[in-house]
Design a protein around this ligand. Structure first.
Ligand SMILES: Nc1nc2c(ncn2[C@@H]2O[C@H](COP(=O)(O)OP(=O)(O)OP(=O)(O)O)[C@@H](O)[C@H]2O)c(=O)[nH]1
Length: 326
């Protein structure tokens, strides 16, 4: 018998007020290629004029790697909040103000799939570099930019999108739906002719210690940590908790539930039935082992997460609670 202690007491009218985080571990995922990548980023910094940090627009206030600031902080910095198509940006102004209060004045929201706002990037980067040159050294004829960020936020997609927009060229950087596609700092990739601009793609690097369990869960929902390290069913439950708190009940219709519900087992059961994903398990009864058909909860959790990540369950702002009250 499967137990879902997180959801106990949640069936019925009220949504859970908080997600019990005790008992969950923040996944520590800092494999060798990340440590190596970070060192290489530092050593490549001499040739870099500006750092573009890409992060997920659904978590604009959490989950960034503080090491980027520490190690690469001397260069002009642009924060690109990508995947804006998946984010609820009703509070975009407040988010920008909050970030500005934290010293992040240069922020652009983008969608690299549809090339939205991509054309704002090169002029902004050029302006930032020119401002820094005034104080440091003579103007250069070509610029080199380093693209950094946690895994799977769209760094390589950004490079490809810039090339489409400015060079009308095809793909130069490998893109993938899983974290950890780019494994090493790449050689320079041209993205613009005028001004002549090159980018260095880098492997996604998570903070060696993620600030809290909840931040870890948000990063995991956004696909920056391999799912099995956190547990797909825990993530599915956190997703359900989030969708309900945000009033995003589209999952009920999507999976044919009679109504929205805060009980993950019930939701996953409906998902499994809808997908036809059931499996036989042996159950010991008084008369011996009996085959019982059970929903495949793991497959259902995987589908629930995948559907959310495609944006089919609505746009979400996972950091809503971190914004200061108006
Ligand atoms: N919906 C949406 N998906 C995007 C966007 N940008 C990138 N993606 C998708 O996000 C996934 C990761 O993109 P990548 O460009 O490989 O991300 P990365 O940061 O280079 O990943 P690592 O190599 O793991 O560091 C891919 O499936 C992309 O298609 C966007 O603006 N919106």
């Amino acid at each position: 018998m499967r137990l879902w202690p997180q959801a106990w007491g949640a069936v019925g009218a009220a949504w859970r007020e908080c997600f019990p985080l005790q008992g969950h571990e923040v996944a520590r995922w800092f494999p060798g290629h990340m440590a190596k990548g970070l060192k290489k980023m530092q050593s490549s910094l001499k040739q870099v004029d500006c750092v573009i940090e890409v992060h997920d627009a659904r978590i604009p206030l959490s989950g960034r790697n503080p090491l980027f600031q520490e190690l690469l902080g001397l260069k002009p910095h642009l924060l690109v909040l990508n995947k804006m198509d998946l984010a609820d940006l009703k509070e975009q102004q407040r988010i920008a103000q909050h970030l500005e209060g934290k010293g992040l004045k240069n922020v652009i929201f983008t969608n690299c799939i549809k090339d939205e706002n991509i054309k704002l990037i090169i002029p902004k980067v050029t302006e930032l570099i020119k401002c820094s040159y005034r104080y440091h050294r003579a103007e250069n004829l070509e610029y080199c930019i380093m693209v950094v960020g946690v895994p799977n936020v769209g760094k390589s997609s950004l490079i490809n999108s810039l090339r489409r927009q400015h060079l009308r060229s095809g793909k130069a950087a490998r893109v993938g739906g899983e974290p950890g596609i780019t494994r090493a700092v790449t050689s320079r990739i041209q993205v613009c002719e005028r001004p002549l601009m090159f980018l260095l793609d880098t492997p996604g690097v998570l903070a060696p210690r993620i600030e809290s369990v909840e931040t870890g869960l948000k990063l995991a929902l956004c696909g920056t940590v391999l799912d099995h390290l956190v547990g797909e069913e825990t993530m599915a439950d956190y997703l359900l908790y989030t969708l309900n708190r945000h009033g995003l009940f589209g999952y009920a219709q999507h999976y044919g539930l009679a109504s929205a519900c805060d009980h993950i087992e019930q939701v996953l059961k409906s998902v499994a039935v809808k997908l036809g994903k059931t499996r036989k398990v042996k159950v010991l009864t008084g008369t011996g082992n009996v085959n019982v058909i059970q929903p495949d909860y793991a497959m259902a959790a995987r589908d629930f997460l995948r559907t959310f990540r495609k944006g089919l369950l609505g746009q979400v702002m996972l950091d809503r609670d971190l914004l200061p009250a108006c």
